[in-house]
Design a protein around this ligand. Structure first.
Ligand SMILES: Cc1ncc(COP(=O)(O)O)c(C=O)c1O
Length: 442
């Protein structure tokens, strides 16, 4: 008799869940079965207020009719078109619309299917660009400690999160890291950009002295480091990084997978901080998280450097089967229309001060050692339990879920990034319920 496992209905064994404590989850699963605007419905029929826009991606809230209809219509009209050597109108339309809201200087969009792929694409373009302009010795990539750039080999190499790196061998060669910008002793409870730490960008000069500028292709940073707990750039830091990169002919890449599409109250963090990189990676909010899609935005100088040689030859040997996929492109167009029609980026900017004051009202709660915010992003850092890091915040996550709010935790930091359609009353509800959770925590 076969001993093969026969899946029963609702059997949870086969699905190996990403970034999840699988065994713990499967003993006490948390399932969402529906969503609408600001709320999820759980499998046991409860409403949960979404404090995280899914995974920082549903910026327009859930199940928005325009986006749903666009996907349905596109699936019935043109389901798929080959991405290489063929085109379809919506991919071009979306690239134009995206460039229309992109920061000044970004003139081309290369489509991917995720933030991780956007990062790999940008890193490859950076190295290939340097070669195309006769700087082929520039192959080194510089990331930052506590940076998160997705989970592929390039991204974890330039990334700075030990658990995402240590299990996976030697990673990419020729990578170095800037120091992170988290200075709790000097900057705790900063509202918006912290005062101290601009000088941390000067470490790039040390790295240039160590390796020589002629070996360095690009620096990649998140304008606001999201996944390691919302590290807002100190005042002057991004400006300094830009200055040093320009001085040494190093490309600057902003990873805006989280900060893109209104999260800071501007279309991109690039606009918000007024510092322009050479490339921007984005994903998530591009399609409101509904269909996987990402993009790399580049300057004309980068794009044009590839547009030489015989015209029948492929200029960049890179791309994905689903780059600019018709259904993703339709979702992207409907998403950008929704953002524009509802003024959601402006709404985020208008709500940011309310969000800031609500979050900082938690500073006197039990175990809270820092509160940080920018735009509609916020973090509450908790004192870890001695000998059991992450446990306290994870308990807060579980208690919050029971209390009807969705938050995220990373280490002992609670991170929040609600859909940009959140109301002031819902901000009060989110923060009020979180306060109750924190007050009850061991
Ligand atoms: C800054 C940043 N880059 C890249 C990624 C990876 O995106 P994805 O999970 O879509 O591959 C993320 C995901 O959270 C991110 O925050």
């Amino acid at each position: 008799m076969s001993t093969r496992h026969t899946p029963a209905p609702n059997d949870l064994r086969a699905f190996w869940m990403p970034f999840t404590a699988n065994r713990q989850f499967k003993k006490a699963p948390r399932m969402f079965v529906r969503a609408e605007r600001m709320h999820y419905t759980t499998s046991d029929g409860r409403q949960v207020l979404d404090g995280t826009a899914g995974l920082w991606c549903c910026n327009a809230g859930h199940c928005r009719p325009r986006i749903t209809a666009a996907i349905q219509e596109q699936a019935a009209e043109l389901d798929y078109a080959p991405a290489f050597q063929m085109g379809h109108p919506k991919a071009f339309e979306l690239a134009n619309r995206l460039i229309g809201i992109a920061p000044e200087g970004m003139e081309h969009a290369f489509f991917t299917n995720s933030g991780s792929e956007s990062v790999e694409t940008a890193l490859k373009i950076a190295i290939a660009y340097q070669r195309a302009i006769g700087q082929g010795t520039r192959t080194r990539l510089i990331g930052r400690e506590r940076g998160y750039h997705g989970v592929n080999f390039g991204g974890i190499s330039v990334g700075g999160i030990v658990n995402n790196r240590k299990f996976f061998g030697t990673l990419l060669a020729g990578v170095d890291h800037l120091p992170h910008t988290h200075l709790p002793a000097r900057n705790a409870f900063s509202k918006g950009q912290p005062e101290h730490g601009a000088d941390l960008a000067d470490d790039l000069e040390r790295i240039v002295t160590l390796h020589d500028a002629s070996t360095i292709a690009a620096v990649i940073v998140e304008p606001v480091a999201g996944s390691t707990g919302v590290l807002v750039p100190p005042k002057g830091y991004l400006e300094r990084l830009r200055e040093i990169c320009t001085k040494h002919g190093i490309l600057l890449i902003f990873d805006e997978v989280i900060t893109g599409f209104g999260r800071t109250g501007a279309p991109f963090a690039t606009d918000f901080y007024g510092v322009t990189p050479d490339m921007i990676t984005c994903a998530k909010g591009l399609t409101n998280g509904v269909i996987p899609m990402g993009a790399v935005l580049t300057t004309a100088a980068i794009h044009d450097a590839f547009m030489s040689g015989a015209e029948h030859l492929i200029e960049l040997f890179h791309g994905y089967t689903y780059s600019g996929n018709p259904i993703a492109a339709a979702a992207g167009l409907a998403t950008l229309e929704t953002y524009a029609e509802e003024g959601l980026f402006e709404r985020a900017a208008a709500l940011a001060p309310v969000w800031q004051e609500a979050l900082h009202s938690l500073r006197d709660c039990r175990h809270v050692i820092d509160v940080r915010n920018q735009g509609l992003i916020g973090a509450v850092e908790l004192e870890p339990i001695a000998g059991a890091p992450t446990k306290r915040a994870f308990q807060a996550f579980l208690d919050a879920y029971d209390a009807g709010i969705l938050i995220r935790t990373t280490g002992d930091i609670i991170a929040m990034s609600p859909p940009l359609i959140i109301s002031e009353a819902e901000i009060d509800e989110l923060v009020g319920k979180l306060r109750d959770v924190l007050q009850r925590l061991e």
